[in-house]
Design a protein around this ligand. Structure first.
Ligand code: PMP
Length: 435
């Protein structure tokens, strides 16, 4: 048995069966540099999934490694969040300022799940209600609260969570009953649905709405700009808090704005974040209105949340994103990729939709000649791109959406290289499915 096959057998023996691995022959990544990773067999890949968007800036970035090494050289990996941690305070100051939320305060966690659990804990405490609104097709994590607001049957089917959740429309723009509407009519229909849900399915005293500005796991579904402003106007009538889950959309990835929610011209009451902030180091958190954050009267602490290593990495990552204006790069190269992919789509009926913002691009695949979601096409494109040296992601309720989200340091030649591989891989898939 090869070393690779042996590792896979051991993985299967000791890790849960539902912990799915990508590819017929799963990959073991052993090195990274820039936007490229190398597997245990020496194959190199351009990484267009960036560890599910955790790698905001790229691999082996000196500024980030140096910041972590400097902290390690002090001999302190972690003591306790019961003590002052200088870089935690500095990071909180930066995020509070960037958030645009008035009197913002920040609490750090280790993951996006914990960030959303914390946000919902704050909202339910502040509003004295366990009623929560979420969008259909959403993903917010796999804790007992977050799984309840995850409106995606593939991820939340086994939840017996006690959170009282009602789902509203607005999550999956080009599927469902409003898919053929104009953007303006779509927003009107979603607002009418929200009002209907509030009047019929809830007792009125709802704590919060939690929503992704662009749904990540749901397939990079992108609502029309302004949807969340229209929602917020309804929520504000009775003081319902809006939580923007920026776990995938934060840090300039969407190009036009630093946070995904800003495309809607609205400031939420809370934002949650994780993934890209640590460029691979585990960190998440909540930034909230001061009165909401301070409404908690009991003690709360995260043992590791905001620790010296993760906050050192996060400060260095955030500084890098801002100093190199990676948001502008995301807009420029995202636009280029999107245009290129639309062109590929024109020639290949297997492409049903190309959507997203900045370097968060979804390519929805359908059975050629129709509108039926094609999971088999997505599996095939993933294998074909891998063969040609490109790693990409997939998602969507039906597993039929390609997810493209490279590190934001992507260069123009790398964008061209990826486009060429994608064009070939999609054409091969289109041909096979059309036979
Ligand atoms: N929110 C969103 C939008 C996510 O995409 C994810 C992870 N895919 C989470 C929350 C949960 O984050 P984590 O896996 O770090 O707990």
């Amino acid at each position: 048995m090869s070393a690779h096959a042996d590792l896979l057998a051991r993985h299967k023996a000791v890790l849960p069966g539902w912990l799915a691995l990508y590819y017929d022959e799963p990959i073991e990544i052993v090195r990274g540099e820039g936007r490229r990773v190398t597997d245990a067999e020496g194959n190199q890949y351009l990484d267009f999934f960036a560890g599910i968007l955790t790698n905001a800036v790229g691999y082996d970035i000196a500024e980030i490694s140096d910041a972590v090494r400097a902290q390690l050289s002090n001999g302190v990996v972690h003591t306790s969040t019961l003590y002052l941690i200088r870089q935690q305070v500095e990071l909180a100051e930066k995020i509070a300022e960037l958030s645009g939320i008035p009197d913002a305060k920040v609490f750090f966690t280790n993951s996006g799940t914990e960030a959303n659990e914390t946000a919902m804990m704050l909202a339910t405490q502040f509003r004295r209600s366990n009623q929560v609104l979420a969008l259909r097709n959403s993903y917010h994590g796999r804790g007992f609260g977050t799984i309840a607001v995850t409106g995606n049957r593939g991820w939340s089917a086994s939840s017996l969570s006690p959170v009282n959740v009602s789902y509203v429309h607005g999550g999956n723009r080009n599927r469902g009953p409003f898919k053929d509407f104009t953007d303006a009519d779509y927003i009107r229909a979603c607002v009418a649905d929200l009002r209907e849900v509030l009047a019929t399915a809830t007792a009125g005293d709802v704590a919060c709405m939690i929503a992704e500005p662009i749904q990540g796991v749901g397939g990079f579904t992108t609502p029309p700009d302004g949807l969340f402003k229209a929602f917020k106007e309804v929520l504000d009538e009775t003081g319902i808090l809006l939580i923007a889950d920026e776990v995938q959309t934060g840090w300039g990835r969407t190009g036009e704005h630093f946070w995904g929610i800003q495309a809607h011209g609205v400031v939420p009451d809370m934002m949650t974040f994780a993934k890209g902030l640590g460029n691979g180091f585990a960190i998440g958190g909540v930034v909230a209105r001061g009165d909401v954050m301070d409404s908690l009267t009991a003690n709360s602490i995260s043992t590791f949340g905001g620790n010296p290593i993760s906050t050192a990495a996060a400060n260095a990552t955030l500084d890098y994103v801002i100093e190199h204006d990676l948001q502008a790069n995301a807009l420029k190269l995202g636009t280029k990729l999107m245009n290129g992919l639309r062109h590929v789509g024109d020639e290949n009926p297997v492409v049903g939709d190309v959507r997203g913002k900045g370097l968060m691009i979804g390519v929805e695949l359908v059975e050629p000649g129709g509108d039926e979601p094609s999971a088999r096409a997505a599996v095939k494109v993933l294998e074909e791109t891998r063969k040609r040296g490109l790693l990409i992601g997939k998602g969507g309720l039906n597993g039929n959406v390609l997810r493209l989200a490279p590190p934001m340091t992507l260069t123009e030649p790398e964008a061209d290289e990826a486009l060429e591989i994608l064009a070939e891989s999609i054409a091969v898939t289109n041909e096979e499915l059309s036979r």
